[in-house]
Write a protein that binds this ligand. Structure first.
Ligand code: RB5
Length: 151
């Protein structure tokens, strides 16, 4: 699996732990920056990661800012991106299996590097195989909303 990774300065403190976990799982890291704690604008990194997924360059993404909120809001502006903050392992995995989550958003000022590694593993080892009819029906409804086709 190819994992696009992006963060701002607020997320940078978690980046090494997330990178190490992705590699330990045997997956490839595509680094979209930032690479220091110098202040930057989180939308720039969320856009890079979202585009990497939509172009097929990456299979999933992980975005980290101070809270996880800014990158999550930005990434979800793209059709085909299903990003969510998940600061517990249940949500990090269930977001994939039930909701097709393709970007995990984390808050560098909220959780520790060890927690970030745990969440990364839960997210990347979950899959959409065996999704049940009710999940597919709900995802179809999300796509209808994306297409402005809602009632
Ligand atoms: C940057 O200070 C901070 O606002 C950003 O990292 C993020 O938390 C926004 O949601």
């Amino acid at each position: 699996m190819r994992v696009a990774l992006g963060c701002d300065h607020g997320g940078f403190p978690l980046k090494q732990a997330v990178t190490d976990k992705i590699k330990a799982l045997g997956f490839e890291v595509l680094n979209f920056g930032t690479d220091s704690e110098e202040s930057v604008d989180y939308p720039d990194y969320a856009v890079k990661v979202a585009k990497a997924i939509l172009s097929g360059q990456a299979d999933r993404g992980i975005l980290i800012c101070g809270s996880g909120v800014g990158v999550c809001i930005t990434a979800n502006k793209f059709k085909g991106i299903y990003a969510s903050i998940a600061h517990d392992v249940y949500t990090a995995a269930q977001g994939v299996t039930h909701d097709n989550m393709n970007i995990l958003c984390l808050g560098g000022r909220v959780i520790s590097p060890a927690q970030a590694a745990e969440l990364t593993e839960a997210f990347l080892t979950a899959n959409t195989k065996g999704q049940e009819a009710r999940h597919l029906r709900r995802i179809k409804k999300i796509i209808e909303v994306e297409n402005n086709n809602f009632k």
